[in-house]
Design a protein around this ligand. Structure first.
Ligand code: SF4
Length: 214
């Protein structure tokens, strides 16, 4: 299947399986999305949601977050991997948002990536989900699934991002990101992909498809 036909096929299949695709992180504002995404590195969305359900009650925005003490923030997020560094970065980023952006999250890549603890992947997630920019955040699921399917052939996330952006029509990119993440999380799992119940098996080039009992 040619790459363009593959994208069309996969998009149609996932539109049916995930009719309203979205991040599984819970947030109400761009600021909360930014914080949840910063917390989500090396942590499950479920665990992040458990922590932010408490954190966002007392610190729903950059101003309130910038006023929480480091020790208090550490304590609230201590069940998350790398909580110490994450607490420092969230506090520093909140301070920057208050002093330089009137408490708002900026909508440009440069400004986002200049915030402490914010790299390209986090910036892409915020740009796509808070600002509707057609950018592709490459996490472990996007990297694995897009290589297995044969949409890209690279172990470098940045190359994967560029290759996906080049072949997916801009209007499909935001949903396509969610499709790849959700498919990777629930079906095309790292160790044991559930190929028997995969809706895009015909479009997949992975030579080690598994059709055993799921
Ligand atoms: S056929 Fe298997 S390896 Fe290919 S995308 Fe589906 S679950 Fe993943």
């Amino acid at each position: 299947m040619k790459p363009k036909d593959k994208i069309t096929f996969i998009n149609a299949a996932f539109e049916k399986r995930f009719p309203a695709p979205k991040s599984e992180l819970e947030y109400a504002t761009p600021f909360q999305l930014l914080v949840a995404t910063m917390l989500a590195a090396q942590a499950t969305d479920k665990k992040v949601n458990a922590v932010t359900s408490v954190l966002f009650k007392s610190c729903p925005d950059a101003e309130s977050m910038s006023r929480i003490g480091l020790d208090d923030l550490r304590e609230i997020i201590r069940s998350i991997n790398y909580y110490n560094n994450k607490a420092k970065n969230i506090l520093a980023a909140s301070n920057t948002l208050v002093t330089e952006y009137n408490g708002n999250v900026p909508g440009t890549r440069t400004a986002l990536e200049n915030l402490p603890g914010v790299g390209r992947k986090t910036a892409n997630i915020v740009l796509a989900n808070a600002f509707g920019e057609p950018v592709m955040a490459v996490d472990t699921h996007v990297q694995r699934v897009s290589n297995r399917i044969g949409l890209v052939k690279t172990d470098k996330p940045r190359d994967t991002e560029d290759a996906l952006i080049a072949i997916i029509p801009p209007e499909l990119i935001i949903n396509f990101h969610h499709y790849l993440v959700l498919h990777g999380r629930y079906t095309c799992k790292a160790r044991k992909p559930l190929c028997r119940e995969c809706p895009i098996v015909e479009a997949c080039d992975y030579p080690e498809k598994q059709f055993g009992a799921s």
